[in-house]
Each structure stands twice: as structure tokens, then as C-alpha cells.
Design a protein around this ligand. Structure first.
Ligand SMILES: C[S@@+](CC[C@H](N)C(=O)[O-])C[C@H]1O[C@@H](n2cnc3c(N)ncnc32)[C@H](O)[C@@H]1O
Length: 222
């Protein structure tokens, strides 16, 4: 997997300026996101955290799913993306970093994050997954979506071209590069169900993770 990534500063700059142009990615991502929302199966009354909200389309769908008495909270690095999400959904939103979520332990029943981990350095992903685990209830579920490696000839060619461009100008690709996250998610204490969805050659990994009911305490015998 590619370790090179863009900085937080660059990510914030790109997404603050991208606006609704980000929605053009839907023609590559819509099917994966539809599956992801179905797997998450958020329902009325649940507390859901959405990390990396983008322009808010999935955020609005999540808000609809938990109505009338549930709550969806959004978190994103980019103030510009949060402003666009605010136009689509009336929910609490916070400017923040996935690596340091400003929420209590075990606060949420469900967590959703699409094409956000793609931007993070490899070494940081386990820390972010541990943070996701921390804020989820024992037995809670998350769904992660990311660009991944190809699974057939068209998607392998697509990813080869993407990777070449990424190495030259990662900013042109919104900082996203292909990942395979199922092992890391398992190591973070989740039982994992993996799907790959290819749309127009663009392969997305959709992972459903169920947090075990016993939370690691960090306690060690001396
Ligand atoms: C490729 S976009 C995906 C947006 C949306 N989830 C979607 O699928 O359309 C990545 C999003 O993650 C946000 N983001 C990037 N790094 C982040 C971080 N460390 N913490 C929180 N959000 C981050 C960006 O600002 C942007 O909104």
C-alpha cells in the first residue's frame, strides 16, 4: 500500500475549496455508498457518528434513517465541507480530526466513514481505528468505505493509472489512494465483513465491522 499522503493542511485546503465539485465522484462511488448505508442499517433512535462528512449527502440519509428520536453527529477537518453539509442536514457538526475525536467513550451505536481513511498515513490508521472503537459502544457497528486495489482487469487498469497520477500529484485526486483495511480493522477488535464494489472501473472496499462486546481495558498483568 502507498504510504505517501498529503498533509492535514493540504487536505483542509483542498476540501475547503472543492465545494460541490466533490459530488462528481458519485458516478464512481454511488453504488458502494448505497451498499455501505444498507450494511450500517442505522435505525430510529440510534446515535450515529459520521466522520469525514463531505458535502453531506450520506449525512442527510443517516439523519433520515435515525429519525424521529435518534441523532447523527458529523465531524470533518474542513470547515467548507461542514458548511455544505449544514445546508443538507440539521444535525450537530464539529470541526475536528478523526485521530482525536472530541466525544465520550462508548457514545455511539454506529459509525460511518467513506473515503476519509484514504487520506491518512498508514501508520496513523490503526490509531484512528482505535479511536473509532473507543467511541463505539461494545457490540456497536461501523462501516468504512475506501478506494481499494483492483479485482478485475478494468479496475486493475484504473488503479494503475490512479496510482501513477497519485505519485505525481496527489492533490489532483483529493489525496485519496487505494487501501486494504480489513486486516487492520480486525486487529482493532472488529469482526469484519468485506465487500468490493466496482463502478466504472473504480473499486471500493466496503467493510462492516462489529465491535466485540468485551472492550479491551488496557489493563496488563505485571
Ligand atoms: C474524499 S472526501 C469524502 C467525503 C464524503 N465522505 C464522501 O464520501 O463523499 C474526504 C473527506 O474527509 C475529510 N477529512 C480528511 N481528513 C480528515 C481527518 N483527518 N479528520 C476528519 N475529516 C477528514 C475531508 O475534509 C473530506 O470531507
Amino acid at each position: 500500500m502507498i504510504d505517501q499522503t498529503i498533509s492535514r493542511r493540504d487536505a483542509r485546503h483542498i476540501y475547503d475549496n472543492l465545494g460541490h465539485a466533490l459530488d462528481r465522484a458519485e458516478r464512481f462511488e454511488a453504488r458502494a455508498k448505497e451498499l455501505a448505508l444498507n450494511l450500517l442499517a442505522a435505525g430510529p433512535g440510534q446515535q450515529v457518528l459520521h466522520v469525514g462528512v463531505g458535502t453531506g449527502a450520506e449525512h442527510a440519509a443517516l439523519q433520515h434513517a435515525v429519525a424521529p428520536n435518534g441523532l447523527v453527529v458529523g465531524c470533518d477537518l474542513s470547515r467548507g465541507m461542514l458548511q455544505l453539509t449544514r445546508l443538507r442536514a440539521d444535525t450537530p457538526l464539529c470541526e475536528g480530526d478523526a485521530a482525536r475525536l472530541p466525544f465520550q467513550t462508548h457514545r455511539f451505536d454506529r459509525l460511518f466513514s467513506a473515503y476519509m481513511l484514504d487520506l491518512l498515513p498508514l501508520a496513523e490508521i490503526p490509531l484512528v481505528l482505535a479511536e473509532f472503537r473507543r467511541v463505539l459502544q461494545p457490540g456497536g457497528q461501523l462501516v468504512l468505505v475506501s478506494l481499494t486495489t483492483g479485482v478485475d482487469v478494468p479496475s486493475r487498469c484504473f488503479v494503475a493509472g490512479w496510482t501513477l497520477l497519485y505519485r505525481i500529484a496527489p492533490q489532483r485526486l483529493g489525496g485519496c489512494r487505494p487501501l486494504q483495511l480489513s486486516d487492520m480493522l480486525q486487529q482493532a477488535g472488529f469482526a469484519v465483513e468485506r465487500h468490493v464494489v466496482v463502478q466504472r472501473g473504480f473499486p471500493s472496499e466496503v467493510l462492516l465491522g462489529r465491535a466485540s462486546k468485551i472492550q479491551a481495558s488496557g489493563f496488563r498483568f505485571q
